[in-house]
Design a protein. Structure first.
Length: 104
């Protein structure tokens, strides 16, 4: 009975570590996207009010994306990447953005 309990504890701890790792990675990606939205908007000289209007979302919604409160869905992310004239990869990945100004 003791071995079964140890196995159960091990499985639970393994599950929790994977779950929290996934949450951490998701939180990290949100932070990266937040930084990239701000970087590319500033680099392109585009105001959040303009971008939100072009995307058909409220300024409050756009501000939530830019402040790491929520994330745009995949369609909104694609439209945003087009408005910012960057690839989706540049929008969601952590890179040295100063050296990766690609037009698409």
């Amino acid at each position: 009975m003791t071995n079964n309990l140890l196995v159960l504890i091990h499985l639970c701890l393994n599950f929790l570590s994977k779950t929290f790792k996934g949450l951490y990675i998701n939180m990290l990606n949100k932070h990266i996207m937040e930084n990239n939205i701000a970087f590319w908007a500033q680099k392109r000289g585009l105001k959040y009010s303009f971008l939100s209007k072009e995307l058909g979302v409220s300024l409050q919604t756009f501000s939530r994306w830019a402040n790491n409160k929520t994330q745009p869905n995949i369609i909104e992310s694609y439209k945003l990447s087009r408005l910012l004239n960057v690839s989706m990869e540049q929008l969601i990945k952590e890179e040295d953005q100063k050296n990766h100004d690609l037009k698409i």
